[in-house]
Design a protein around this ligand. Sequence first.
Ligand code: RUB
Length: 349
Amino acid sequence: MASDLEVIGWREGKLWFLDQRLLPAEERIVETEEPEEVCRALKSLAIRGAPLIGIAAAYGMALGLRSGMWEEEGLGSRLERLATLFLSTRPTAVNLFKAVDRVRRSVFAHRGSGENAAEAALREARMIHEEEQAMCRGIADHGANLLSPGSVVLTHCNSGALATGGIGTALGVIRRAWERGTLRHVYMNETRPLLQGARLTAWELGKLGIPATLIVDSASAFLMQGGRVHAVIVGADRIAANGDTANKIGTYALALAAHHHGIPFYVAAPTSTIDLAARAGKDIPIEVRSEEELVMLGSKRVAPEGTAAYNPAFDVTPGSLITAIVTERGVVRPPYTASLAATEERVQA
Ligand code: RUB
């Protein structure tokens, strides 16, 4: 069994992380004590993927609560400022909002207990990290049961260790199915504009020794039409109460094509990505990123100067196009309003 890839952690009072912007050319580890640097890493996608965004923000809050950093302004005010800083980085993945809230509550709960604010925050951050790792393992086990022997699957963006701090969500399922001998091949979309598929998923699957072929995003429907894909499996950034799911731009088009061709479309995500407060997809904020990401390819300009560009980073796939949502608690099926609420109740029980 391949060893687990570690992408983030805490060492001697500092946060370290793998800078994902440089992959696959360079595996550079960055160490920091500055919460602002963690925010910059989140905004620039040096750290990315829904669960990892939450984990990093929680560690980043712990960095910002070290002794000497808040006494003058007061703990309450410092916590609010840190929370605002982190929550302004990326709007779509709900994991960020849940993680920041957990750290804030934990610090308040431990006020006066003798434990200092940074220790309370760090303990909560470590707990979030460990929980995400455990949830990935659960998702992998449940999800792999959905794939029949000889399966060829298609995935989009990156939902592996690089996105989760664990073995991954959709890529965790792929990895487990490969270990069980039921997976034959993976097609991975390159994932324009930032190429998370080409740069990150290809890198991870290569390390795991899983046979995979890169395609341009617009080739997916063609492969499905030719009967070359048995299932589509993707991660998620936020799942609304009715099953509508925000994930990397292009996911919705994949789901439409899969539906047309009668191919199962699975979403794999931890319960930390479910947001029952969002009743439907229209309640999920969609991040729109810089035009630069479209008109430039690395340092090379690909569109004429002055070209207008629109760059939504996510789209929403209606729950009606999703065959099942795989969580660490099991496989959730339509009607999602009832099944997701029941899953969340079990988490809280
Ligand atoms: C990441 C993205 C990924 C999910 C995977 O977008 O859309 O598919 O976050 O998360 P970005 P998970 O690269 O812009 O952060 O592993 O929970 O399914």
